[in-house]
Structure formats: C-alpha cells, structure tokens
Design a protein around this ligand. Structure first.
Ligand code: SAM
Length: 408
C-alpha cells in the first residue's frame, strides 16, 4: 500500500508546474542513504505535493519492467501492481482491432488506463471508452491516454460503475480486481466487480474478461456453463493471465498465447489452440532432448497439441515433459546424457562422477523440493548440468542432462 494520492495531487502533477517538479524529483537518487535529504528538499520546494512527487517517481522506476515509457505514467503503487503489462495489453489491443474492425471498445474497469492507452494506439478501432469507480485513477488515466495513446482515436474516460451499462460499445473489456482480504485461493464472486455479474450484465455483447492465471476455467465451463474462448497468456516464461472471450461470434475453444521479448526488445511468440491435432505418442522412450513446454501451454492443457506440432512425444500421458530428436526453435531443451536413479545416494555419486558443480533441477509429478535436494547433493565439481525428475507410470525416473539451452 503506497501513498494515497488525492485528486488535488493528480491535478498538480498534470499541470505545467507539476511536470517541471517531476523532472526535478526524477533527478533525485531516492536511495535509502539519500532519502532523508531528498524528502526534505522536495518538501521545501513542493509541499503539499512533495509526497505525491516522490511516490510518482518511485512508482515510475518500479514500473520500468512492466509498462512501456514508464517515466511518463501517472500511477499509484496498487494500480501498478494491478496493471496489465504493456506487452500483453498491446497484444490484446492488436487482436481486438483485427477481430472487430471499426468497433467501439469500452474498458469498464480501466484504472490508470493500461489497456486504454494500447487500444488508443491501434489502427482500426473507432473509439475507446474507459471507466472506473476510482476518481483518482481515472484522472491519472486521462493523463496517460493523452501522453501515451499513439493515435487520435476518439476516447472518453468517465467515472461509472461497471455493473451499470453506460455505453453501447460493441466490445466490453473488464479486469476485475481481487477483493482485499481474498487470499491466494479466491472465488469468482470475490472479484470486484464479480465475474458472473459482469458476464450477465453484458450478455449479448462481446465481453473480454482478464482473470488471474490460476482461474479454474474448467470449473467455469463445466459448473458455471461458461461458453467462449479461454486464452492463457505468458510473458517471458511467466504465466500472466487467463482471459475469457465470450459473446456473438466467439466459439468455444482454449488457446495458449506465448509472448517473448527478444534481446532487441521485439516481442515474438506463438499460439497453440485446442483445434489442432493432438495425436502423439504418449509413452515414448526418452529421445535426444527433453523439452519443458511454456507454462501457458501447460496451463491451457495443450501439451499434446504442442507436441504434435513439433514432432515431440510424451514421456507419460499425465506429465507435461516432452521428448524428441530436436528442440522447437526458441524453446529451451535439455540434451539427455543418461537416465539416472532417483535415489539420493546414487545421484550424489553419479553427479560427482560427472564433475557437476551447478545443477538445475526440474520436477514434475514427484514430491521433491529442488532447492532442498540440491543442498543435500553437496555438489563440488565444475560443470553445469540439469536433472529432470519425473515419473513414468508410477515409477520415479531421473534424466541427467546438459544445462538447458534455447534452440536457435
Ligand atoms: C485490476 S484493476 C484494472 C487494471 C487495468 N486493466 C490496467 O491494466 O491498468 C481493477 C479496477 O476495477 C475498478 N473497479 C472495481 N469495481 C468496480 C466497479 N464496480 N465498477 C467500475 N470499476 C470498478 C477498480 O477501481 C480498479 O481500478
């Protein structure tokens, strides 16, 4: 929980004098050793907005890995944590523009405008509406849209309750927040606004709802009768969200969207869907490589489709590790050296014989804590290797591999 901005703070930050003050404060180190002096200097020049200035600069620095042009946003610590990463929001906006050309899009929980600025940067969208209950965030969104939206797409930003329709937009986007107090395990009705209410309020329109990656989408389909598309998205190896697409023209399907930022900053990736063939060998012997598919593919339950696409096979039908003679381009593969025992005593000897000093341990289907095991193995050698621990049928198996490498 960071500083609580007031509307007055935001008006100051959006004004000419506020912009200049932000330039000055962004030149301050704001480190633990300089903080007392920096706070004092900011207070002398800019009270009563000194805390808002310092918080904005700190939030912008924290935002650098998540939001594009982070040094131009107005934001709060909480809003930053809740914001969709720019790469994911831009990918969604591009897809919306392509699937619904000429549509008006309404983000009914727009917060500081993470999705709005990306929608307002897409060709082919007729208009963007953003609304939220929080006046402060909305005022920040107005600034962010002006500074960061790259096209003159007509945009309206207003305070409104998501559950009271305020537009006739063709496409509605929502990103319900987790109600405070709801723990890691939360129910759909603990979201705010609650997911079932959003789907009900806008039924008959295209509704796109961003949810936490842990959403039990199978239960949503089987128990709550959700029909539409479930999209699981990862960014640079981390699963970021489960997004539900429903409404006219949207068919029932599940897909995984894998987004990866290259070393040149360009975002690439791929998609796998459940329309694809999934006919793969499910009990194959281990091949030259073991491949650990991206978390989005695993979470979306599309490991077999991914394997079929790349000519890989499963080691076991219940386990997500794949094996084959080559690694799909851009993926991380582990070249198998030999099958090894899972007994710690034998493993210790085998690893010493291979002069292993650094070991990446990958586990699926066995109850093993990789960090604790690594400590107990007491590695002293000089080679970096990888150990894949899993089960085939009921039997635990281990594969000692070369350190993981991405196929180019
Ligand atoms: C997770 S945040 C949205 C983040 C946004 N997608 C982004 O990328 O910046 C959820 C937002 O929903 C808003 N909210 C919660 N309940 C609402 C309601 N009933 N009507 C409108 N907005 C609501 C909160 O104020 C919060 O800003």
């Amino acid at each position: 929980m960071g500083y609580e901005f007031t509307l007055d703070d935001v008006a100051f930050l959006r004004g000419r004098y506020g912009e200049k003050a932000l330039d000055v404060v962004s030149g301050m180190a704001l480190t633990p050793s300089s903080m007392i002096a920096d706070v004092e200097a900011a207070r002398r020049r800019y009270a009563p907005h000194d805390a808002a200035l310092i918080e904005t600069v700190r939030d912008r620095r924290r935002a650098a890995r998540k939001l594009r042009d982070a040094d131009q946003w107005l934001l709060t610590d909480d809003a930053l944590q809740q914001a969709t990463p720019s790469v994911v929001a831009a990918h969604r906006a591009a897809e919306i523009a392509q699937r619904f050309p000429g549509a008006v899009i309404h983000d009914i929980t727009c917060s500081i405008g993470g999705e709005v600025v990306e929608l307002a940067s897409q060709d082919g969208i007729a208009g963007v509406i953003g609304s939220d209950l929080d006046h402060v965030r909305l005022s920040m969104a107005q600034h962010n849209r002006r500074v960061l939206g790259q096209l003159p797409t007509p945009t309206a930003l207003l305070v409104a309750d998501a559950l009271t329709p305020t537009s006739t937009a063709d496409v509605v986007i929502a990103d319900p927040a987790r109600r405070s107090g709801a723990g890691r395990i939360f129910r759909l009705d603990q979201l705010t606004p609650p997911l079932p209410d959003v789907l009900m309020t806008y039924s008959g329109r295209v509704v796109i709802v961003k949810c936490a990656p842990g959403l039990d989408y199978r239960a949503l389909r089987n128990r709550f009768g959700f029909t539409g598309e479930v999209q699981i998205t990862s960014l640079d190896g981390g699963v970021r969200e489960a997004c539900l697409w429903s409404g006219p023209g949207i068919v029932d399907r599940t897909r995984a969207t894998v987004l990866r930022t290259g070393s040149d900053g360009v975002v690439g990736g791929f998609e796998v869907t459940d329309d694809e063939p999934d006919d793969v060998d499910q009990h194959g012997p281990v091949g030259r490589w073991i491949v650990d598919p991206d978390g989005a593919v695993v979470r979306a339950g599309l490991v077999r489709q991914y394997a079929a696409r790349h000519g890989l096979r499963q080691l076991d039908p219940q386990i997500a590790y794949l094996t084959g003679e080559q690694v799909p381009l851009g993926e991380r593969g582990f070249e198998v050296i030999e099958e090894v025992s899972t007994s710690e005593k034998v493993l210790r000897k085998t690893l010493a014989a291979h002069d292993c000093g650094t070991l990446e341990i990958l586990v699926r289907g066995l109850d093993v804590d990789p960090d604790a095991l690594r400590k107990r193995l007491r590695l002293k050698g000089s080679r970096s290797l990888a150990l894949v621990l899993t089960r085939i049928g009921r039997k635990g198996v281990g594969f000692l591999c070369e350190a993981g490498a991405r196929a180019r």
